[in-house]
Design a protein around this ligand. Structure first.
Ligand SMILES: Cc1ncc(COP(=O)(O)O)c(C=O)c1O
Length: 401
């Protein structure tokens, strides 16, 4: 019998990927499923990006590239950081990977070892703790309360730092809460980090451009240049440019960090797809206006749906600052009974109940480290969101004390 390694036994399959697969299977079995689990824009990749990739194919750009990405794409990334974030990097300080996920994976695998702690504010994107565990590290969770807009408080960060802390993982706008930081809020966190020079900062800025209500985006090394020498700034084309399937993400940091990450990538996947890199180059250098148009569409959906959720007795939903998720609490429904007599003990039970009775697929808060919540993606049409709200309201109304 095959023996799976202890390393693999420590982790679980990505809950969001599994939920998507489950919804597809139920649909294939003939169930009428409304899926609100998707972590990708429902828009298509813009034509000018597709055309650039087609041209790359015709021109024979189909061979291995530099492991860290083509010089042209790394230059475009340098320019992107200069243009959008006021950050000055050299091309040798950039790595392009197969999605932002691989960049995170490379950084943690290259630097974390047994006994090292990695601070992960909750709620968190599903993959951070598991990648830390795979790297033999210990995730240290710091709760970010709903009352504080799910934002990390400087005093909680300070308390979580120990001599064993290697990294703080930041993600704003946040998946799943949508929380984003103002300059002053970010400054309060960077002030703490300046007092702890052994802590490195990994900032996952993948939702940078999906910000609402005219908010401006700030990244830690921009707010406190004194942190740049120990910050890895991660971004990618998946969310802003609707290119999730292309698998291109990138990171910028000091060469002493980027070099071992490139070494690891050279022994795993080598360069990301050459054709996808050509598409990403056009994404970063071509027209950017469509991003604001699409973000306005997301904001319209957010504004239409949040009041509907808050009108459902038992649910409470805050207004996210960015990204395309809602993260309502179902705490007041726990302890209630379903029509078949089952008591809802957790958001896992609630999510299963929604799927079984209404064919409504959402994600349970436990996947994000915050049990009495669930995640709804609004990266889908208003028609589907309408139907989702109707089903959710019906399921909640059918519960009894
Ligand atoms: C916070 C966050 N980081 C990273 C990723 C992964 O992005 P990529 O497609 O670039 O690997 C996701 C995708 O859902 C995400 O939500």
């Amino acid at each position: 019998m095959l023996r799976v390694s202890d390393r693999l036994d420590r982790i679980k399959p990505s809950p969001s990927s599994m939920a998507g697969q489950r919804a597809r299977e139920l649909r294939a079995a003939g169930r009428d499923i409304v899926g609100l689990t998707s972590g990708e824009p429902d828009f298509d990749t813009p034509d000018h990006i597709k055309e650039a990739a087609s041209r790359a194919l015709v021109e024979g750009k189909t061979k291995y590239t530099d492991v860290a990405g083509t010089p042209q794409l790394r230059e475009a990334v340098v320019e992107k950081f200069r243009r959008d974030n006021d950050l000055d990097y050299k091309s040798s300080e950039i790595i392009v990977g197969t999605g932002g996920k691989q960049v995170i994976f490379n950084a943690l695998l290259a630097t974390v070892q047994s006994g090292d702690e990695v601070i992960v504010p909750t709620p968190y994107w599903v993959s951070y703790p598991d990648i830390v565990l795979l790297a033999d590290g210990t995730p240290v969770f710091v709760p970010c309360a709903a009352e504080n807009g799910f934002k990390l408080r400087p005093e909680d960060l300070e308390r979580a730092i120990t001599p064993r802390t290697r990294w703080l993982v930041m993600n704003a706008p946040n998946n799943p809460s949508g929380a984003a930081y103002s300059w002053d809020e970010m400054r309060a966190l960077t002030d703490v980090l300046m007092r702890h020079p052994h802590v490195w900062i990994m900032t996952d800025d993948i939702y940078e451009h999906i910000l609402y209500d005219k908010r401006a985006f700030f990244t830690p090394a921009q707010v406190e240049p004194g942190l740049k020498e120990r910050t890895l700034t991660i971004n990618g084309v998946s969310k802003s440019y609707a290119m999730t399937g292309w698998r291109i993400g990138y990171g910028a940091g000091p060469a002493e960090l980027i070099k071992p990450m490139v070494k690891l990538q050279s022994q795993s996947t080598s360069n990301p797809s050459s054709v996808a890199q050509a598409g990403a180059l056009e994404a970063l250098c071509g027209p950017q206006e469509f991003i604001a148009e699409r973000t306005a569409e997301f904001q319209g959906r957010r504004d239409a749906i949040v009041p509907r959720l808050n009108a459902i007795p038992g649910l409470t939903c805050h207004l996210p600052d960015g990204a395309f998720y809602l993260f309502p609490s179902c705490e007041r429904l726990l302890g209630m009974k379903t029509p078949s007599g089952k008591c809802l003990e957790s958001s896992d039970d609630f999510v299963l109940y929604l799927l079984d009775t209404e064919g409504l697929a959402v994600l349970q808060g436990t996947a994000y480290g915050v049990p009495p919540y669930f995640r709804i993606s609004f990266a889908t049409s208003m028609r589907i969101l309408d139907e989702g709200c109707t089903r959710l309201a019906r399921a909640c109304a059918a519960l009894s004390p």
